[in-house]
Structure formats: structure tokens, C-alpha cells
Design a protein around this ligand. Structure first.
Ligand SMILES: [Zn+2]
Length: 69
């Protein structure tokens, strides 16, 4: 059984570090694996998740309601 490790992967596209929990076997080329993970990073949903975590409430509710109308 391989143990699950936390890998910090840097995405070149959105310029963010994101954590990936995975068990990478020693037979796997970690550098290549990390690169693949970075290439397949879902930048859009990561940015959305970050925005949600940083701003749980809308900063400008007036602007928001205008957008809806
Ligand atoms: Zn990204």
C-alpha cells in the first residue's frame, strides 16, 4: 500500500499553487506526473473556489443586484 501524500503543484496557466492528494508509486516519474497534473488543472473552478473562500459574502450587493435586473 502506497501512502497518500500531499503534493503542491504549480499551475503555469493560472499562476497558482494547488494541493493534490495522491499516492504516487515509486515506479511513476513524479516530475512527469506533476507536469500532467498542472496541465490538466481546472483553472476556472479553482479560481471560483478561491474567490468563494476569500469572499463568502458579496462585497458590493448593490452592484450585484443591478447585474441581476
Ligand atoms: Zn490553473
Amino acid at each position: 500500500m502506497a501512502s497518500v501524500k500531499r503534493y503542491n503543484i504549480f499551475c503555469q496557466k493560472c499562476q497558482h499553487n494547488f494541493p493534490v492528494f495522491a499516492s504516487v508509486y515509486h515506479t511513476i516519474d513524479v516530475d512527469k506526473w506533476v507536469k500532467e497534473k498542472a496541465d490538466s488543472h481546472d483553472c476556472k473552478s479553482y479560481a471560483d473556489a478561491l474567490a468563494k473562500a476569500r469572499a463568502p459574502r458579496p462585497i458590493n450587493p448593490i452592484k450585484l443586484s443591478k447585474k441581476k435586473a
